[in-house]
Each structure stands twice: as structure tokens, then as C-alpha cells.
Design a binder for this molecule. Structure first.
Ligand SMILES: Nc1ncnc2c1ncn2[C@@H]1O[C@H](COP(=O)(O)OP(=O)(O)OP(=O)(O)O)[C@@H](O)[C@H]1O
Length: 248
């Protein structure tokens, strides 16, 4: 996925507010990237631009060699549904469906797959993230951490190439957040690229590359090794030093 010189502005009253001011970013296959920066620096807007959820005012976003702006609404929706997965701070699940039906919903629109196969996959994912047995629960009958795990299963049901996470651990306590990061790291180690926005140095320290944003620009970048077997405390400290250095 390549974003070249992305510009995004919003009209607020008579004023035009530039929120992304020429951002270029490349995410390689299977990479694990995070975006940090002060509130309002444009992190979520960048995720929306890269995933085609929002159009851009300048520059170009390409995915699998295709310029997103050249695609029809349907082509774009198909790419989002089959190649991209989304995890938000609060999972967007439907109230009138149980957990299992919420997870399988995006894949049920794919005519090439049988409902049985999709359900099988959903059950395997639920087991993997530790929520097996909650299939028939209503979304109001599970904890925040369990709901977030269901959101991850839903994001993974179509085997996406990339997962976009907008503060995926933001609403969780620190223990559950780390468990969630274990799951996301495992998904990444199996080949899915991940880009996530976070305020948490501990979360960013789990990734391989951190992009730091300020006022709609990427102002710095930090590379870390693949995280397995590395002292996370030391890694987190390094991220915090960098944050302090650039004033975040
Ligand atoms: N639809 C919109 N209309 C007008 N302004 C918007 C819109 N969406 C975002 N903005 C503005 O763009 C700026 C960047 O917002 P964005 O949500 O990308 O920031 P962020 O870095 O993700 O912040 P946070 O860490 O608080 O979530 C903010 O000033 C916000 O008010």
C-alpha cells in the first residue's frame, strides 16, 4: 500500500482546515506499523485515507498497484470487504445479531464461499482469540475485551491482506490491551500487514516501524526489530524517549 503526498482538508465554516499536509507512507506486505502523534494531528484521517474510507483532496493512494481514486464505489467496497480488515476502539457490531453472526456477516456476501465454510472459519478464529463458546451471546452479554476479540474475528473473516486499527486497545485496561496486542502480533506474524494508530508507547513498541505525526505531517520515523523475544520494557522506554524528543 502506498500513499503519495496525501492532502486532506475539511471545510469548517468559512475556513479550510488542512488535516493531512502531504503525507507519504508505504506499507509493505506483512509489515507491522504504528502511527503516533498528538490528538488532532491527523492519525485517524490518515487511516481513513489509506483504506479508501474517505477520499483525498490531493496525492494518491494505491493498493495492490491500483489507484483507489480510479475505482468505482463497488470496486472499492469489494476491496475493503475482501482485502482489508478494520478494528476500531469500539467494535462496530450489530445489536440484533449474536456474536457468531456478527463475525460471519462481512464474508456472507462473498458468493464463492459456503455459509458452512465461513462458519467453520469463524469458530476457528473465535477459538484462536479465546472467545470460543460465546457464539450465541448477544453483544451486550460479553465484556469489552471479548467484544474487541469478536471485532478482530470479524476483521479477519475474509483473510485480509492488511488490518487497519484505530486505537484498537484504547478502551481496554492494560492487561487486556496487552492480550489484544498478543493476538494482533500473532496475526501479523502469520503474514497480515497491520497499521494501527495508538497513543500508547507500550502498544507502539510491539510494532516494527513507528510513524510520528504532527500537524498533518509525518515528522519522524522509528524502526524497531521484529518484536519476538525482545525486552519489551527496554523497547517501550526507547519509544518514550523518542516521543519526548519530538514533543509528543
Ligand atoms: N469530518 C470532519 N470535519 C471537519 N474536521 C474534521 C473531520 N474529521 C476530522 N477533522 C479534524 O481533523 C483533525 C485531525 O483529526 P483526526 O481524527 O485525524 O486526529 P487524530 O490524530 O486521530 O486525533 P485523536 O488522537 O484525538 O484521535 C482534527 O482537528 C479534527 O477536528
Amino acid at each position: 500500500m502506498i500513499g503519495e503526498n496525501i492532502v486532506k482538508s475539511f471545510q469548517v465554516g468559512h475556513e479550510k482546515q488542512i488535516v493531512l499536509d502531504g503525507v507519504s507512507i508505504e506499507i509493505n506486505e506483512g509489515e507491522f506499523v504504528s502511527v503516533m502523534g498528538p490528538s488532532g494531528s491527523g492519525k485517524s484521517t490518515l487511516l481513513y485515507a489509506l483504506s479508501g474510507m474517505d477520499d483525498v483532496n490531493g496525492g494518491k493512494v494505491s493498493f495492490d498497484g491500483k489507484d483507489l481514486s480510479s475505482l468505482s464505489e463497488k470496486e472499492l467496497a469489494d476491496i475493503r470487504r475482501t482485502k482489508m480488515g478494520f478494528v476500531f476502539q469500539q467494535p462496530i457490531l450489530l445489536k440484533n445479531l449474536n456474536i457468531l453472526d456478527n463475525i460471519i456477516l462481512p464474508a456472507m456476501r462473498d458468493n464463492r464461499k459456503s455459509a458452512e465454510k465461513i462458519t467453520e472459519k469463524a469458530r476457528a478464529l473465535m477459538k484462536k482469540v479465546g472467545i470460543a463458546g460465546l457464539e450465541n451471546r448477544d453483544i451486550t452479554q460479553v465484556s469489552g475485551g471479548q467484544l474487541q476479540r469478536a471485532g478482530i474475528c470479524r476483521a479477519l473473516i475474509s483473510n485480509p491482506e492488511i488490518i487497519f486499527g484505530d486505537e484498537p486497545t484504547g478502551a481496554l485496561n492494560s492487561k487486556t490491551a496487552q492480550e489484544m496486542m498478543d493476538i494482533i502480533s500473532e496475526i501479523n506474524s502469520e503474514g497480515t500487514a497491520v497499521i494501527l494508530v495508538t497513543h500508547d508507547a507500550k502498544v507502539a513498541a510491539r510494532t516494527e516501524r513507528i510513524m510520528f505525526m504532527r500537524d498533518g505531517k509525518i515528522v519522524s520515523e522509528m524502526r524497531l526489530e521484529k518484536s519476538s523475544g525482545i525486552d519489551m520494557e527496554d523497547r517501550t522506554k526507547k519509544v518514550m524517549v523518542k516521543m519526548r524528543e519530538i514533543g509528543i
